[in-house]
Design a protein around this ligand. Structure first.
Ligand SMILES: Nc1ncnc2c1ncn2[C@@H]1O[C@H](COP(=O)(O)OP(=O)(O)OP(=O)(O)O)[C@@H](O)[C@H]1O
Ligand SMILES: [Mg+2]
Length: 344
């Protein structure tokens, strides 16, 4: 039968290759890999060698001696360092494969809405080079919407906003297709960058990437709390004046202020997607509201900020960090029915 390869088999994989995290879902098993998208590479006898991948490599970020580099191969949702990305994907495919014997698995892999044909080809080639058999590409916001249980194939407009580490993808979906989409080049990394710049400017202290991210998780917020409210966190960095390590306290209000620019860009992206939406679909979205997915959806008071700016009901998907891979996994089980939304 010609389309026999469209019947998903145990061992087939769905991969969400994110700027911050890579997740792998194996048919029949669920999520088998959930690790930061980081690769540590050491130079041994003039040759690059993969030292660690995932969480182990993430712990090396900003702490490596000269002979080791901890790299984040994905930037802004697309491959920034091809070799490192391929090493990472093949490591994760092998890890998923080790738990279940199979040879070349079919793979559904998500690509950002804004990816160019060249970038899509790079993702496909990296997956093939890493041991994938047949590769299907699915648009990231579509995967996120399926993972968030939105009625993507019905003739109703749904809006999903996927806030990743690198980008924010806004999409209106109806009848199994993306009707219109906006890719905002702002994500969790930009929140971290805003916090880093703020602490440097206001406290005269340089903090590392991981510290900025920890501040965001602990006291980050999309809206400035009322006077006298909000939490405080202690962090350490290097005093830019004396050059020695120093501990400081930063407040939720300060961090919310440092995030205003990035939050504004995201809200503007959502508004511009809404402006481009046809009236019938817009009417559906007014009824059902929009759903936030991706790790950025966990930023405190972000739903409020979006609600204030758009006047629409806003909800956060269940387990927003895994929506993308769960959606791609569902697409894997329904390769036949969802053929039209997968770019073979
Ligand atoms: N509790 C939290 N509060 C705020 N941000 C969070 C929280 N938890 C995780 N994040 C952020 O979510 C981002 C990761 O989200 P996600 O895994 O969805 O991104 P990604 O899929 O790797 O990136 P992209 O889709 O842009 O390629 C990181 O920037 C991380 O710091
Ligand atoms: Mg993502």
């Amino acid at each position: 039968m010609a389309f026999d390869f469209l019947n998903a088999r145990a061992g087939d994989l769905a991969i969400d290759l994110g700027t911050a995290n890579t997740l792998v879902y194996a048919k029949g098993k669920g999520i088998v890999v959930n690790e930061p998208s980081v690769v540590a590479i050491a130079m041994k006898a003039g040759r690059p060698q993969v030292l660690a991948v995932g969480e182990e490599a993430r712990q090396m970020l900003g702490k490596t001696p000269e002979s080791i580099r901890a790299i984040r191969p994905m930037r802004k949702g697309v491959i920034g360092d091809f070799e490192a990305a391929q090493a990472m994907i093949s490591y994760f495919i092998r890890q998923a494969a080790r738990r279940r014997g199979f040879r070349r698995p079919r793979v559904v892999i998500s690509t950002p809405q804004g990816a160019t044909p060249v970038e899509r080809r790079a993702i496909r080639e990296a997956a093939e080079g890493a041991g994938a058999g047949h590769v299907f590409l699915i648009e990231e916001p579509m995967a996120a919407a399926i993972g968030a249980d939105l009625p993507v194939t019905s003739p109703r407009g749904s809006m999903v906003v996927d806030l990743g580490g690198g980008t924010t993808e806004v999409a209106v979906i109806s009848l199994g297709g993306i009707v219109n989409a906006v890719s905002v080049p702002v994500g969790g990394d930009d929140f971290d960058e805003g916090i880093h710049a703020y602490v440097r400017r206001v406290h005269n202290v340089a903090i590392g990437e991981s510290t900025a991210e920890r501040i965001k998780r602990e006291v980050g917020a999309a809206l400035i709390p009322d006077e006298g409210e909000g939490e405080v966190v202690q962090v350490s960095g290097r005093d830019l004046v004396s050059g020695v390590p120093k501990a400081i306290s930063v407040s939720e209000a300060e961090i919310a202020e440092s995030l205003t620019e990035a939050v504004f860009a995201i809200v503007e992206g959502i508004k511009s997607a809404l402006e481009r939406t046809a009236p019938e679909l817009a009417a559906d979205i007014v009824d059902t509201g929009l759903v936030l997915t991706g790790g950025g959806a966990l930023l405190r008071r972000l739903p409020d900020a979006v609600r204030h700016a758009t006047g629409l009901p806003v909800s956060v998907a269940e387990d927003p960090l895994t929506c993308g891979v769960r959606g791609a996994g569902k697409a894997l089980s329904e390769l036949k029915t969802l053929q039209s939304i997968l770019n073979d």
